[in-house]
Design a protein around this ligand. Structure first.
Ligand code: HEC
Length: 228
């Protein structure tokens, strides 16, 4: 059966209208979780599975809860944005050792630093995941605004210009040679994550601003965060 046979035009119109209403509800200042079928349980589960204490001051709790659900149950952000697979879980709660329950290591949670090696070949910089925790301004991942975060998640823009494209193909140890576009984040699955709705990306952003700050290595490391 094709989708066309399955969904009649009247139903489709109703679904679209409902989606528009949901969008309005969520873009208002207060989110009413009970308005949206399914989201209430995801928000609740999001709070239940958050592996760190959350700072809800000035935040929209429904967005934080939903963001936690997406980050911790769906998008596996911490699998990459933590120091290493070895450091990701705490002793006694390492799932791959058969230990229960799983204990995520809060000391490195979303602090970045996982080294994926010189993905563009010998003589090119290692690609390292970034620190996503909020700094003292309260803005997540190094003080980026939501508009910048949207651009990062949708287009892979690297605001830190950490590994520009090599000029005339000359390797410097810090640049990426063509055909790599050094202006874009590598490894980071933005070509998948860009399919998320604005609302879900807002929820992720709100959640990332509620997790504890991780200072990381001292400046000028790109992983450093001013927590105080
Ligand atoms: C497969 C590994 C992987 C996963 C999963 C992943 N990331 Fe990333 N992410 C990276 C890497 C690696 C970088 C840095 C890439 C570079 O330097 O080119 C990065 C960069 C970023 C940046 C840019 C940070 C900055 O300071 O500019 C943001 C924001 C980000 N990731 C958010 C997320 C979020 C949110 C999730 C989950 C929804 C996520 N990432 C999941 C690997 C990953």
């Amino acid at each position: 059966m094709t989708l066309k046979q399955f969904v009649n035009p009247a139903t489709a119109a109703t679904v679209l209208a409902a989606a528009a209403l949901v969008g309005i509800a969520f873009h208002g200042t207060r989110v009413r979780a009970d308005d949206i079928g399914g989201d209430a349980s995801r928000i609740q589960q999001g709070f239940a599975i958050a592996p760190v204490p959350l700072n809800l001051k000035g935040k929209d709790p429904a967005l934080v809860g939903l963001g936690s659900y997406i980050v911790n149950a769906q998008a596996s952000c911490n699998d990459c944005h933590t120091l290493s697979p070895q450091a990701e879980y705490s002793s006694g709660g390492i799932p791959y050792f058969g230990q229960h329950p799983t204990i995520v290591n809060p000391a490195v949670y979303l602090g970045g630093g996982r080294d994926f090696g010189p993905v563009a070949g010998p003589g090119t910089p290692d690609i390292v995941s970034r620190n996503l925790t909020p700094d003292k301004t309260g803005l997540p991942e190094g003080g980026h605004t939501f508009a910048q975060f949207l651009d990062i998640m949708r287009n892979g823009t690297d605001y830190d210009h950490f590994h520009p494209t090599c000029v005339n193909g000359v390797l410097t140890g810090t640049c990426l040679p063509a055909p790599f576009d050094g202006a874009l984040l590598q490894i980071m699955p933005w070509p998948i994550l860009h399919n998320l709705t604005d609302h879900d990306l807002l929820a992720i952003y709100e959640y990332l601003s509620a997790v504890p700050c991780i200072a990381g290595p001292p400046a000028p490391s790109i992983l450093h965060n001013d927590c105080k």
